[in-house]
Design a binder for this molecule. Structure first.
Ligand code: F6R
Length: 602
């Protein structure tokens, strides 16, 4: 959700800024812009739409020698995606880029306007630059002005600001939105994610909330409130590679194909013969834990929902799920005997992060299941299980979900071992199924071809119902989310048994039902529910190991005796179906409209 890049040094500034934005574009792609300062003059460039527009527009722009630059790729929150609303925002002598939301911008704007500031955009961000300039004029001290500016801002932000009057500084501040300072041989770098720092530096300072300061060629000045803080640099993970499409049409397609391999990575070192071993979890973390409270958003929320079936069935442990944005504003009754588990691919989702802080304040032990080490959620939680999916660039989450499910399955078995809720033979069966899981995620060419051909029949209609029961109900929710995100067709996930309590009224030949028909769980019940829809003429695509003659279309999965293996195979089928429908509709699969990868605003 918005990406920020900054650079100070002697290398090609424009190239560094644009390359950095390319790495972060998945975070927001409504517009992009950058500002370069050389010899005390700032030039800014902006373009609406994808980054390529900005790249073309600035082909002739050159920079040489020492300079500073800040850049931004935007996901609109306040104001339409226009050039005027694109960052950087400017005052008379300074420019700013910002990720997050300034909650008190209306009152700040009114005040600044009444004092003569002229606003050009509809954004909340613009108040920062006018406020700074007003304070800079008053104090005649840019650092003091920046400090005072930050003090007056409420909300969430990662900010970079440059000022023509101090041409060798970049000011920065962070609260609630990620920001890192990369320390490289060719200068200082800033980025919202270390993906943009790879290849430029080996170490970065992961800023904590409440930090602000400035960098100059000679120094890095870091403060928390009024107190100076010593910066602590950490190595950027060596495994972090800049993701490339490697011959696939889209990152999402590549990431679907990668699932078999990354699931193997998720399991690495975590299975010991017939036992689960999670060395990241200190034995005491589970001491006194009687129930789990899982909290997440979107796809990660679906993983949480699916895992409750595993925690109940395998660990015999109560597991309750919360949507983070709802949880935050309730007055939840929390018990110290609950372990609070947050699930997040990015580790930066604002609502999930705040929910985590709430649970900590209430005295609960906390565990993060996350894909990004050093992310805000990882740093906040008491313990973390990394999902090891690698960088996920497609906005529609695929391999992150697959690995989250695996970590949750592992956790359910760890608890089962501790509480002895599974006899050794059953535990061994679970572990054998787990070891086999990466294989069922391999995509057979024939299956992908078949889905490609079938997809042309599912490009219209008045809606899709993805239906399933038990574990396959949250999977149906996830299948529907994938389709609507990238095809813009209306799709809903529903528990199959609930259809007759209302939604079946929608059934006709233009209503598409995607039915998950596993062989291992509630087979007959599920068939009856599907037949009820077919009797009302709903066009039906059945997915499962047994051919279902009554359905209009059928996609096969392998017969197996473990529901999680069916779960994974059906997950891949639905991901490919959404992908192929979206491609046929001519959509940008990786950067669907209105979305962004990492939702750092509430
Ligand atoms: C959907 C998707 C989103 C995210 C949600 C939470 O494909 O990716 O629904 O799952 O925004 O994000 P994380 O997992 O980063 O907290």
């Amino acid at each position: 959700m918005c990406g920020i890049v900054g650079y100070m040094g002697e290398s090609k500034i424009k190239r560094i800024l644009l390359d950095g934005l390319k790495e972060l574009e998945y975070r927001g792609y409504d517009s992009a812009g950058f500002a370069l300062m050389q010899n005390g003059r700032i030039e800014a460039y902006k373009a609406v739409g994808k980054l390529d527009n900005l790249i073309h527009k600035t082909e002739a722009v050159q920079s040489s020698g020492f300079g500073v630059g800040i850049a931004h790729t935007r996901w609109a929150t306040h104001g339409k995606p226009t050039e005027l609303n694109a960052h950087p925002h400017q005052g008379r002598f300074s420019h700013v880029v910002h990720n997050g939301i300034i909650e008190n911008y209306t009152e700040l704007k009114k005040k600044l306007q009444s004092e003569g500031a002229r606003f050009l955009s509809q954004t909340d961000t613009e108040v920062i630059v006018h406020l700074y300039e007003q304070l800079a004029e008053r104090h005649k001290d840019s650092a003091k002005a920046f400090e005072e500016t930050v003090k007056q801002l409420e909300g969430a932000y990662a900010i970079l600001l440059i000022d023509e009057r101090c041409e060798d500084r970049i000011f920065f501040a962070k609260k609630g939105s990620p920001l890192q300072i990369g320390l490289g041989e060719s200068g200082r770098f800033f980025a919202s994610s270390d993906a943009a720092l790879v290849g430029l530096c080996h170490e970065a300072i992961y800023l904590e909330d409440g930090c602000w300061g400035w960098v100059s060629p000679e120094s890095l000045n870091l403060f928390e409130g009024e107190s100076p803080v010593s910066p602590v640099a950490k190595a950027i993970p060596p495994t972090l590679h800049s993701a490339q499409k490697e011959g696939f049409r889209f990152f999402m397609e590549k990431e679907i194909y990668e699932q078999a391999q990354v699931l193997g990575d998720t399991l690495m070192g975590r299975l010991q013969e017939d036992r689960v071993h999670l060395e990241e979890i200190d034995r005491t973390l589970l001491d006194g834990v009687e129930a789990l409270r899982l909290c997440a958003c979107g796809t990660s929320y679906h993983a949480a929902l699916a895992s409750t079936y595993l925690f109940e069935r395998l660990s015999r442990m109560e597991a309750r799920v919360e949507i983070a944005s709802e949880f935050r504003y309730r007055d939840p009754v929390l018990k110290s005997s609950e372990l609070f588990v947050v699930i997040s691919q990015s580790g930066e989702t604002a609502d999930t992060l705040e929910a985590l802080k709430m649970a900590k304040r209430a005295g609960l032990k906390t565990l993060a299941i996350c894909n990004v080490d050093n992310s805000s959620i990882v740093r906040e939680a008491d313990a973390t299980l990394l999902t090891r999916a690698g960088i996920e660039k497609g906005v529609a989450s695929t391999k992150a979900f697959a690995t989250q499910m695996m970590v949750l399955w592992l956790l359910s078995l760890l608890i089962a071992q501790r509480h002895k809720t599974l006899d050794p033979a059953l535990l061994a069966q679970e572990i054998a199924a787990m070891r086999h899981a990466p294989q069922v995620l391999q995509v057979p060419e024939k299956l992908h071809d078949r889905i490609h051909r079938l997809s042309k029949r599912y490009l219209h209609g008045h809606g899709f119902f993805f239906i399933g029961r038990d574990l396959f109900y949250p999977l149906a929710l996830e299948g529907a989310l994938k389709l609507k995100e990238i095809s813009y067709l209306h799709a809903e996930g529903y528990p199959a048994g609930e259809m007759k309590h209302g939604p079946i009224a929608l059934a006709d030949s233009e209503l598409f039902t995607i039915a998950l028909l596993p062989g291992t769980l509630l087979k007959e019940k599920m068939r009856s529910n599907v037949e009820e829809l077919i009797a009302r003429d709903s066009t039906t695509l059945a997915i499962g190991p047994e051919c279902f003659d009554l359905a209009d279309d059928y996609l096969p999965t392998q017969p197996t005796d473990h529901p999680m293996l069916e779960f994974y195979e059906m997950m891949v089928v639905m991901q490919l179906l959404a992908l192929e429908i979206s491609i046929r509709l001519g959509n940008d699969v990786d950067m669907p409209r209105n979305l962004a990868k990492s939702v750092t605003v509430e």
